[in-house]
Design a protein around this ligand. Structure first.
Ligand SMILES: NC(=O)c1ccc[n+]([C@@H]2O[C@H](COP(=O)([O-])OP(=O)(O)OC[C@H]3O[C@@H](n4cnc5c(N)ncnc54)[C@H](OP(=O)(O)O)[C@@H]3O)[C@@H](O)[C@H]2O)c1
Length: 336
């Protein structure tokens, strides 16, 4: 038996999750059975979908009080009972909010630590990066000269969407974010042409002014009024990728929604994105994004805390929209 710590759901959640909804708990793990691995967690990814899942508003299972909080992580194999993995291999997959995880080898993906910084392989070069790549490459099919708008642009998905659009030849990439500080990062760190703070009183006019010829591609992470306003400024044959609904995850009532008539008048193409559909592309996208990071073509920011016990505090910050960059928990050193 091996002693370890995990973070569990302390009580049922019926509002925006806060740190007090979670509790650290010690437990014992048995040795890996046939086809299983023991993994020491190095980086734990905190993602908005976990907040929706806690309230039963996500396609994944709703955790119950006493359950370990779900979460994607990157770790290192410390015991292997699978021919596919060796002690010392780096792996990613669903491990939960734990320091040590007993996992099925079939659910893990081996990670090459040489292709991108390790922490980015659960961040901009991991699932959020795959989401961004799928949006711009597979769905929106960005072309040279496109005018592109991205919401939640300071986050790991939005920030990467805009940078990939630029790499693919977009002429004008504009972000939307919730503070002037976030907007400065979007333009200065991620290199967007402009960024609009949707809390400014005239934000709708600013969007119209940024796209005098209309928006060719809109990547939406938010829904509600932002989506409605972006649609009102679409160019003919605009392409819209619906990726997230940040304005609705914790709202009691559904906010004012878009008018489907716009899709007809603008002959627009609207696409829903589920990143799991593109899982096969993850190694290729991680490698590509790793190269862009190494060449200086892609920047990334991390909102990092040290130690599993800090996960609930950073998660509360993510739920309040106060994270700046990818929310990541450094649980243990990269190498021993
Ligand atoms: N479809 C898929 O397969 C898929 C895959 C991955 C992620 N996603 C979605 O993509 C979105 C971005 O993910 P991420 O990991 O990069 O997270 P993120 O952008 O860091 O998400 C949190 C951000 O959402 C914004 N937000 C929260 N409430 C809002 C509101 N009421 N109105 C407007 N913005 C609000 C906040 O930024 P501001 O301060 O700028 O408002 C907050 O910092 C999320 O909605 C996520 O669920 C979808």
């Amino acid at each position: 038996m091996t002693q370890t710590n995990a973070i569990i759901l302390a009580r049922a959640v019926d509002a925006k999750p806060v740190a007090g909804d979670f509790r650290m708990q010690a437990s014992e793990l048995v040795a890996p059975g046939e086809g299983e691995l023991m993994v020491r967690v190095i980086y734990l990814s905190l993602d908005p979908y976990v907040g929706s899942a806690l309230r039963g508003r996500h396609m994944t299972r709703q955790p119950q009080p006493g359950d370990v909080i779900p979460g994607k992580a990157l770790g290192q194999v410390v015991e292997s009972n699978s021919a596919q993995f060796f002690v010392g291999d780096y792996v990613t997959g669903e491990m939960g909010w734990r320091e040590l995880a007993l996992v099925s080898a079939g659910q893990m993906r081996k990670v090459d630590p040489g292709i991108a910084p390790l922490s980015t392989q659960i961040g901009v070069a991991g699932m959020p990066g795959l989401t961004a790549y799928a949006s711009m490459h597979h769905l929106a099919e960005v072309k040279a000269g496109d005018q592109v708008l991205v919401s939640s642009a300071a986050g790991p998905v939005g920030g990467t969407v805009g940078q990939i659009a630029r790499i693919m030849g977009a002429a004008n990439v504009v972000g939307i974010a919730g503070s002037d500080q976030k907007c400065s990062l979007v333009t200065d760190a991620y290199g967007f042409d402009d960024c609009i703070n949707y809390k400014d009183p005239d934000w709708k006019d600013q969007i119209a002014a940024a796209f005098p010829k209309g928006i060719n591609v809109y990547h939406d992470n938010v829904g509600g009024e932002l989506l409605d306003t972006a649609l009102a400024n679409l160019a003919d044959y605009g392409r819209v990728v619906l990726c997230g609904l940040a304005s609705q995850y914790h709202a009691d009532e559904r906010p004012a929604g878009p008018n489907p008539g716009v899709f007809i008048v603008k002959r627009a193409k609207v696409m829903g994105l589920v990143v799991y559909d593109f899982a096969e592309d993850q190694p290729m996208v991680s490698q590509k994004i790793g190269q862009w990071i190494a060449n200086g073509d892609m920047a990334y920011l991390e909102d990092r805390v040290q130690g599993l016990d800090q996960a609930p505090i950073l998660f509360e910050k993510l739920m309040r929209g106060e994270n700046v960059g990818k929310a990541i928990v450094a649980v243990a050193p990269e190498s021993l």
